[in-house]
Design a protein around this ligand. Structure first.
Ligand code: NAD
Length: 456
């Protein structure tokens, strides 16, 4: 059954457009087209595949403004962020466009002959994308998958399909073969599930909640299907007494409230050494009140709305009446799914400290010493990102090694770069995206032995 889904602008609550959702039969037909397209893609000379990916990158580059404004309307992202997200798609494509004619195997010394390995494509890859960063997360899956010689079927989130659909059109306009990158708007339980169960989809790349990721991994197990999971997070921002407190406090809001906190890498737990806790909170308050929340089309806006009314209700559930609110920033009244930047000082057992809120809510707790900081930081099922603020280089390295998370930054909150690996420890995920090795995750290693003597 085919249905339609109304896309709502989260800043205005106005209907932007309506998008047709794919059925299981349409998904199956798309996968069959992808199988055919993958064969012709694999048969192209590697340099030709690279050339087409560079043309795709150039088409995205020429469309950055259009894509950015589309994302502002669909997702409520600030125009500044949305431009960066569209540019990230271009950068990821350019980076992996260099891969097809550098997809080296190895010659391994063995007795009696020549042994070589090949990195073969998997076939069709299914990419399932969440609503929080529709453009970058799509590209982190499709760009290395295509570069490795695969075809891709991609399901955007129900709430945010528009930029993915446009990127699929740009791929065709750039000359990628028909059927090689197909965007299939649809429900998780319909299109997403079909990627898991269809035998011609050889790998699923899933980004989303840990709950759904667990289910996808279990579903893929029945076909021993390859899977990469990028899941939730509850990352710690650890501030030691010897840190540049002014800078740590000034940047902490942006480490958690960017994209209205709808960021798997949000540093949503701030751990502050007890002897500087009061001073840090004094510095944090004006920084939080200074976050510019409002119309995402305004170039000066730093934080927009949440994605939906249902999501706002979920976030608000972590800040009930009587919650330990230290201070809050501003948020517009009226239409739009707004929620103000909020700082809590909860008990560590409070759900706001333990669970992923995925909104502009941060919990601050004190710690005693380095061991205590590491213990609190690791006291979670997640392990995605984190920050360490200290002037002591040895401590920065020691704590970086001790925190069980995939992406740490020292005296900064940067975490995702297209040229470095990204992914989670523990229940934050499985496998790594981006960086120099991501293409390998979309290949199988094949070993071939050729005897050079009759008795080998
Ligand atoms: P979600 O798990 O509800 O949905 C993610 C995607 O999975 C959507 O496209 C959805 O339609 C699809 N889906 C839902 N049920 C499915 C099923 N049974 N089978 C197949 N597909 C299904 O997550 P969300 O609410 O869209 O996104 C928020 C979550 O994503 C947060 O937990 C966040 O931490 C996580 N996230 C993680 C990363 C990362 O890289 N680790 C990045 C962004 C978001």
């Amino acid at each position: 059954m085919t249905t339609a889904h109304e896309v709502i602008n989260p800043a205005t609550e106005q209907v932007v457009t309506s998008v047709r959702l794919c059925s299981v039969d349409e998904t199956d037909a798309a996968i069959a087209r992808a199988v055919r397209a993958q064969r012709s893609w694999q048969a192209l000379a590697p340099a030709e595949r690279g050339r087409l990916l560079r043309r795709f990158a150039a088409a995205v580059d020429a469309a950055i403004e259009d894509l950015a404004w589309l994302e502002v309307r669909n997702s409520g992202h600030t125009i500044g962020n949305a431009r960066g997200e569209a540019a990230n798609v271009r950068d990821v494509l350019e980076y992996y466009a260099a891969a097809p004619d550098r997809l080296f195997g190895r010659q391994i010394p063995v007795a009696g002959g020549v042994n070589i390995t090949f990195q073969e494509p998997l076939g069709v890859v299914g990419v399932i994308v969440p609503w929080n960063f529709p453009m970058p997360i799509a590209a982190w899956g499709f760009a290395p998958a295509l570069a490795a010689g695969n075809a891709v079927v991609l399901k955007p989130a129900e709430l945010t399909p528009l930029t993915a659909v446009r990127i699929g059109e740009l791929a065709l306009e750039a000359g990628l073969p028909d059927g090689l990158l197909q965007i299939l708007p649809g429900r998780g339980a319909v299109v997403g599930e079909r990627f898991v169960t269809h035998p011609d989809v050889r790998k699923v790349v899933f980004t989303g909640s840990t709950e759904v990721g667990r289910r996808i991994m279990a579903g893929c197990a029945s076909q021993v299907k390859r899977v990469t999971l990028e899941l939730g997070g509850k990352s710690a921002n650890i501030v030691f007494a010897d840190a540049d407190l002014e800078r740590a406090a000034a940047t902490a809001p942006y480490g958690v409230f960017d994209n209205a906190g709808q960021d798997c890498c949000a540093r949503s737990r701030i751990l502050v050494q007890r002897n500087v806790y009061d001073r840090f909170m004094e510095l944090l308050e004006p920084a939080v009140r200074g976050v510019v929340v409002g119309d995402p089309t305004d170039e000066k806006t730093e934080m927009g709305p949440l994605i939906s009314a249902a999501h706002r209700a979920k976030v608000a559930g972590y800040v009930p009446d009587g919650a330990p609110v230290a201070f809050q920033g501003e948020a517009p009244a009226g239409s739009g799914f707004w929620f103000p930047p909020t700082v809590l000082t909860p008990d560590p057992a409070d759900p706001a400290f333990a669970e992923e809120v995925f909104g502009p809510v941060v919990a601050v707790v004190p710690f005693e010493d380095e061991a205590d900081a590491v213990r609190i930081a690791n006291d979670t099922a997640y392990g995605l990102a984190g920050s360490i603020w200290t002037r002591d280089v040895a401590r920065a390295l020691r704590v970086s090694r001790a925190v069980e998370a995939g992406n740490l930054s020292v005296n900064s909150h940067s975490s995702v770069r297209y040229n470095t690996p990204f992914g989670g420890f523990k229940q934050s995920g499985l496998g790594r995206e981006l960086g120099p090795d991501a293409v390998d995750a979309f290949t199988e290693t094949k070993n071939v032995f050729i005897p050079t003597s009759a008795d080998a």
